[in-house]
Structures are given as C-alpha cells and as structure tokens.
Ligand binder design. Structure first.
Ligand SMILES: Cc1cc2nc3c(=O)[nH]c(=O)nc-3n(C[C@H](O)[C@H](O)[C@H](O)COP(=O)(O)O)c2cc1C
Length: 324
C-alpha cells in the first residue's frame, strides 16, 4: 500500500484528534497539522503553540503547515519549526476560504502566478527545511493549471499534494482527475493525490489509474471511517465497538481539555462525518442538529451506538447542500 497521509482539517483534526486517532488506529504515515498563519508580530498564539509544539504531538508523526504570502514571515515560521525539530514544512496554497483569499493567501496565491513565483523564489532559496506544497489547480478555472504547473516546475518541491479542484468549487463538484494526471508530465517531484477518496474502492481505483502516485492524502473519508487507512493496510475494518471506543475517548479528551462548549463543537464536527456510516441515520442526524448542550449530545450519541449498526461499507458521504 502507498503511504497514507491524514489531511489537515482546521477545526477538526486538531492535536487531540490526531493523538487519539493515532492511539486507536494504524495506517497513517503522516498527520498534517492544520495551517498556522504567521503575522508580522512574529510570535505564535497559545492556540498555535498547542497545535505545533513537539510536546503536544509526542509520538505522533506530524507535519506542520504554514499559510503565508509574505516570504519573510514564512521563513521566520519555518525557522521556528526547524528549531523545534521538524524535518518538513508544508505550504498551503489551496485554502479556499474567502477570509483567507481576500488577503491573497491560500488559493488566493493562485490568482497571480508571477507573485507566487517571486514568493517561491525566496522561500525555496532560504528555507531551513524541505518544503512540501498543498495546492489546488486554479482559482476560477482548471484552465489556469498549465501556468501554475509551469511555476511549480521551477522549484525543488519536497512533495506536492494536489487537490484537483478550483477555488470556486470549494469542496463540491467532481475533482479534475485529468489535471492530476497532467502533473506527472510536467513535474519531477513526488505527487500526492487528495480529494474525495472516501472508501477503500475509491483509493484502489485512484492507485490503479495513477500508478506513479507517491502517496494519498485522506481527509473527510478518514474522519468518517477512522479505520480506513488501517484496513487499506490489511488491518482490522471498522467495527461499531472500535468506533465507539474512539468516539468516547475523543469526547473524554475534549472534556478534559476545555469547556463543554468546545467539546460540543468538536464532537459535532466529527460526528457530522461519521453519521453516514450508520444505518437509518436520518433521525439521529436531526436530533444532533438540535443538541445545544453536551449532555444532549452524549445522550443522542449513546443511543446511536446502542440502537444502530454500521453499514456494510461505512464511509463519509458529502451533504449535497453543504459547501463541504
Ligand atoms: C473544515 C475543513 C478545514 C480544512 N482545513 C485545512 C487546512 O488547515 N489546511 C489545508 O491544507 N487544507 C484544509 N482543508 C482541506 C483538506 O485538507 C482536504 O484537502 C479536503 O478536505 C479534501 O480532501 P477530502 O476529500 O479527502 O476530504 C480543510 C477542509 C475542510 C473541509
């Protein structure tokens, strides 16, 4: 099996989630930490420090991610991460959020390939760490991809993860698989595929169709079925009992760490991905939506695990009405 990376999902795959996942399931080679975005004050907030500190991530193979458009801020941050002992840093040029793109960061950088090239010139010239990159294929249209590829081909990218959607697609619509294929003709760095791999079959067909792929990165699929990487590597498939143990340990860890509301927000975000793996999930889905206290959440979750089964192939299903 190819290496499997856990995608960074801001607000979901935080330090606690990564630690508990790594303790319960095997099969993930690296966990990408959701981005930190350095500011000109050049210090990390306590929230950022908790996310990236080697102590908080002890025993978990993590890679930090930076989102920046100012090369000097990127380099400051990369130096700090180097000094903490990291051996790779990931650059985010794919985030589609409008608050991010409005500042010209994330996928906002894809709008101006010349500015992107000037930024990459500086960071690849001076970075104290190997830089991997996570990108989309364009801002408004896949027609932008050849130009972006031509910019990226000039740099010694450690690994390039491609989420073959445009910024305008957010997380909806079909990924442009042909754009991923095209990258093999234009780049010599290892290429990682990311996007809509939710089941073992999705992963196998991608690997068969693109045999030169260096690794696959799984996000929502691995939250929905936290044993996906484990079973792809020949380990145990997800069971109701293993999912419940994972769920309950997460809940306990969040309740230990912060206020009940924090635990509630996190558990809602995680459960949203897991619910589609349960039989007859419409009623509990409605009940979860109304749960505004952690005690309500726990009651509904307990009932879910007692009264429902997992489907034959439990996996995340995108909500057609949501942006992700
Ligand atoms: C809520 C949310 C938060 C995300 N946060 C990040 C992030 O911090 N950094 C990043 O590179 N990608 C981020 N992503 C994108 C994911 O890493 C991934 O590319 C996306 O979910 C598509 O992969 P999937 O179909 O396997 O889920 C985020 C996506 C979502 C839905």
């Amino acid at each position: 099996m190819l290496p499997i990376y856990f995608a960074p999902l801001e607000g979901v795959t935080d330090t606690i989630f990564r630690r508990v996942h790594h303790a319960h399931f095997t099969g993930v080679t690296k966990y990408y930490i959701p981005f930190v975005s350095p500011t000109k004050n050049m210090f990390f907030t306590s929230r950022e420090l908790y996310a990236i500190s080697p102590e908080g991530n002890e025993g978990v193979p993590v890679v930090p991610q930076i989102m920046a458009k100012d090369a000097s801020l990127f380099l400051w941050c990369a130096q700090q991460l180097h000094d903490m002992g990291y051996t790779e840093v990931n650059l985010n040029i794919g985030c589609p959020s409008s608050t991010v793109t409005a500042k010209g960061k994330g996928s906002g950088m894809l709008r101006t390939p010349d500015v992107l090239a000037a930024f990459l010139d500086e960071i690849f010239g001076k970075s104290p760490l190997p830089v991997s990159v996570k990108t989309r294929i364009g801002y408004a249209s896949p027609d932008e991809w050849p130009r972006i590829l031509s910019v990226l081909s000039s740099y010694p990218i450690h690994e390039l993860t491609i989420h073959p959607r445009t910024r305008s697609q957010m997380y909806t619509g079909t990924p442009y698989r042909e754009c991923f294929d095209e990258a093999f003709n234009r780049l010599s760095c290892p290429l990682v595929y990311n996007g809509n791999l939710f089941t073992p079959e999705d992963c196998h067909s991608l690997i068969v169709a693109c045999p030169d792929t260096a690794a696959i990165m799984l996000g929502r699929g691995l939250i929905g079925n936290p044993a996906l990487a484990q079973s792809l590597n020949g380990g145990e498939n997800l069971t109701l009992a293993s999912l419940k143990r994972f769920h309950d340990d997460l809940l306990e860890a969040y309740l230990e760490r912060g206020p009940e509301n924090f635990a509630l927000i996190r558990m809602h975000a995680i459960m949203k991905h897991m619910l589609s793996g349960f039989t007859d999930n419409e009623k509990p889905r409605k009940q979860f939506r109304k749960a505004t206290r952690i005690s309500d959440y726990i009651e509904i979750a307990n009932r879910l695990f007692e009264c429902h089964e997992l489907t034959d192939n439990p996996h995340f299903l995108p909500d057609p009405s949501a942006i992700h």
